[in-house]
Design a protein around this ligand. Structure first.
Ligand SMILES: [Fe+2]
Length: 412
């Protein structure tokens, strides 16, 4: 009993004097980074690894918990339960509805356990078990079904800069740990260089473990397909978000917030444009904050505009979107509000361009839509958006935790 009583005290002393707390961004320290990356779960055994929680359509009641095993295995299950105290009770258990071999892999398998009927704004403890081997105990929180304030991270382009990617992931974990209102992470695409390379995806997936906070908190990921993410592995990893050959969908983050994820790697016109028009028409009358995200920019800060400009921008303007998130350029940007190819206070603001690891470029800051009150910059970063009743706060958080940009949006 004595030992038991002393242990938390020892932990407390360690916590107060731990160098982790003396250094506000420990991931900037090479030794710390090396230590953390050396602790990633090996992928070649029967034990679960590369865990992720995926959100697509209904994050207040559904989530997919996915993982990898190095062998096909025979007994896979996800145990979960509502967190009621510090004593986890994993009262429920399901078998993954979908299992299979990753394309071009070395014998690794994916497993997708699709949870439904969850309660909104509820924290679920979960643990994965494959052939008797268990993952650490983790937890995530479902999206709200009421009008409470919450936050979501956005970011794209983690395809190169493997070491920086690990650092950004640790930044994400830190932001997540400190913030109960931070509930999800929308990735804007270009996870890896070659979408058909299992070894590249495998590194990305293993490093994704670094986004899990020390407490075990997992931020569910909302995936977007980028131009480097071609091939079948994307659907195998993220459980075919939005449907096969589509990968576009909308996420009802709350009754008042919707995020429409689009796919710039298939036709921006035709069926996708038709769906977008119908979806925005329906959502605009229901939500306060209406956002879209996709990979190749309509209003680029580096390259030329993608097909999004011709096919989607007129719809964004027609339905008065509140914010559009783009990736692909490898810079930081926020445009002026744009309508009819002009700066217009009633227009749409486009942010992003990607900095989850990829080396940064020099933005073409002389473009008219990037002038004040817009901005351009460069630096590895994530974006954080807070949704509340009266305003939407946007900010860029740099690798050292400092703010790189911020902007406040009023309700339209
Ligand atoms: Fe890209």
């Amino acid at each position: 009993m004595k030992t038991k009583a002393l242990a938390p005290l020892g932990l407390l002393i360690f916590t107060f004097f731990s160098p982790v707390f003396a250094q506000p961004s420990p991931w900037l320290d090479e030794e710390y980074l090396e230590q953390r990356t050396s602790q990633l779960t090996p992928t070649r055994s029967a034990a679960p690894s590369q865990w992720r929680v995926i959100w697509t359509k209904e994050p207040s009641t559904r989530a997919t918990v996915s993982w990898t095993t190095g062998k096909k295995g025979s007994e896979h299950r996800l145990m979960y339960g509502v967190r009621s105290s510090d004593d986890p009770k994993l009262t429920e258990s399901i078998k993954p509805q979908k299992n299979g071999a990753y394309s071009s892999a070395r014998g690794e398998y994916f497993h997708h356990a699709r949870l439904s009927g969850l309660s909104p704004s509820t924290t679920y403890d979960f643990q994965i078990e494959s052939d008797g081997h268990q993952s650490p105990l983790m937890h995530f929180t479902t999206a709200p079904a009421d009008d409470r304030t919450f936050r979501v991270l956005f970011g794209g382009d983690s395809r190169t800069g493997i070491e920086v990617r690990a650092q950004v992931n640790l930044l994400i974990a830190d932001l997540s740990e400190k913030d109960n209102q931070l509930i999800g992470f929308a990735h804007g695409g270009d996870y890896i260089v070659s979408g058909r390379s299992w070894s590249q995806w495998s590194t990305w997936l293993s490093q994704h473990e670094l986004t899990v906070a020390n407490s075990g908190k997992v931020l569910p990921i909302i995936p977007t397909r980028g131009n480097h993410d071609g091939g079948p592995l994307y659907d195998e990893i993220f459980d075919t978000p939005g449907g096969k050959d589509k990968n576009y969908f909308f996420t009802r983050l709350s009754p008042d917030v919707a995020l429409v994820t689009l796919n710039t790697e298939i036709s921006a016109g035709g069926e996708q444009r038709f769906w977008l028009g119908q979806t925005l028409a329906s959502l605009r009358s229901q939500v306060r904050w209406l956002l879209a995200e996709y990979h190749r920019p309509a209003w680029p800060a580096v390259k030329s505009p993608g097909a999004a400009k011709k096919f989607w921008v007129p719809l964004f303007e027609k339905f008065n979107l509140d914010l559009v998130v783009e990736s692909d350029g490898h810079v930081i940007k926020r445009t002026v509000p744009i309508r009819n190819e002009k700066k217009d206070p009633t227009g749409i603001v486009y942010v992003g361009e990607g900095g989850l690891g990829v080396p940064q470029r020099k933005p073409k800051s002389d473009r008219w839509y990037l002038q004040q009150p817009g901005m351009t910059g460069a630096g590895h970063h994530v974006m954080r958006v807070e949704f509340s009743k009266t305003k939407m706060d946007y900010e860029v958080i740099l690798l050292d935790g400092k703010q790189g940009d911020n902007y406040e949006f009023s309700v339209r």
